[in-house]
Design a protein around this ligand. Structure first.
Ligand code: G3H
Ligand code: 13P
Ligand code: NA
Ligand code: ZN
Length: 328
């Protein structure tokens, strides 16, 4: 069944686990996630960006999710709008049947320019009032994530005084988080704790403590009933990078967020963990393997079945690592 984000995350909080929220754009990604959920008995959060609705088209995305709900009746599914850039985008998602929306008022409508606090409160509160009236949940965001929002290709890795100092300015402030939640009534809050979007998060292998876990703890203490969200939480598995390179791809050295750091976040109130890049990498590894090993192959299903298989494996690993397995 389709459920709201609030329902799923309240359950996750009660039972002390976290849920991966996977970005979806097409049938193959949705099927890979749903198969992984069925294999592990995990609840599901599917999320679509504005880019996803543009890529698939609104009717296709809507019907693909409806198909998933029908084909996997035993799995609770949230359909969530990722990074809604304006109240209009969120309202469009609600009309399309989404059970949860993110109003990302940390940025202006262009999705790039940092917005001020008053603007963020105003748009998020407006969306929450509308969404809650029809049983839809709302995620807000406070703070400044890395690459997507600053325009920088790489996040600071926090090592060394300069990196640590400039990173600290980007982190979500606990007092401001408390005021924001009170003013907006959002159900979940995306916080900036040192992650960034995309494959190029860290240039060196993280040696532990790369996220500001103390900040997670401080925020969780101030707003214990608001579910914390970690964006930019792909782990960028090295074995997938090696496969992609072995089969002709060219991806430079890069590291993601270690699963252990996410688990530490989950111990301190993180309930929704956004993952897009890891599925992209998994599917690319599968596609490239078939292309490299079977040059005469031209049935797209052979490429896509391999891509789905790789994506399913990543999803199973995350459902298990975050404690969501067995919770459906
Ligand atoms: O937050 C960004 C997500 O990874 C979605 O990316 O806008 O390319 O669909 P996208
Ligand atoms: P990744 O790029 O780390 O997968 O993050 C995705 C995300 O935060 C989508 O909102
Ligand atoms: Na932000
Ligand atoms: Zn994000």
């Amino acid at each position: 069944p389709l459920v709201s984000l609030r329902q799923l995350l309240d359950h996750a909080a009660e039972h002390g686990y976290g849920l991966p929220a996977f970005n979806v754009n097409n049938m193959e990604q949705i099927k890979a996630i749903m198969e992984a959920a069925r294999a592990t008995s995990a609840p599901v959060i599917l999320q679509g960006s504005a880019g996803a609705r543009k890529y698939a088209g609104e009717p296709f995305l809507r019907h693909l999710v409806t198909a998933a709900v029908e084909a996997y009746p035993e799995i609770p599914v949230v359909m969530h709008q990722d990074h809604g850039a304006s109240p209009a985008v969120c309202i469009g998602a609600i009309r399309s049947g989404f059970s949860s929306v993110m109003m990302d008022g940390s940025l202006k409508e262009d999705g790039k320019t940092p917005a001020d606090y008053a603007y963020n409160v105003e748009v998020t509160a407006r969306v929450a009032e509308l969404a809650h009236a029809v049983g839809v949940s709302v995620e807000g965001e406070l703070g400044c994530l890395g690459s997507l929002e600053t325009g920088h290709g790489e996040a600071e890795d926090g090592h060394g005084a300069e990196g640590a100092l400039s990173r600290d300015k980007l982190l979500t402030d606990p007092d401001e988080a408390a005021a924001f939640v009170k003013a907006t009534q959002c159900d979940a809050l995306a916080i900036a704790i040192g992650t960034s979007h995309g494959a190029y998060k860290f240039t060196r292998r993280p040696t532990g403590d790369i996220l500001a876990i103390d900040r997670v703890k401080a925020i969780h203490q101030r707003i214990p009933t608001t579910h914390l969200v970690m964006h930019g939480s792909s782990s960028v598995p090295q074995d997938l990078l090696e496969d992609i390179r072995a089969y002709g791809g060219d991806i430079r050295e890069t590291y993601g967020v270690p699963v252990e750091e996410i688990q530490e976040g989950i111990r301190h109130g993180v309930r929704k963990v956004n993952i897009d890049t890891d599925i992209r990498l998994a599917m690319t590894a599968g596609l490239r393997r078939v292309a490299a090993n079977s040059p005469s192959e031209f049935d797209p299903r052979k490429f896509l079945a391999a891509a789905m298989d790789e994506a399913r494996k990543v999803c199973i690993a995350r459902f298990e690592a975050f404690g969501a397995a067995g919770q459906a």
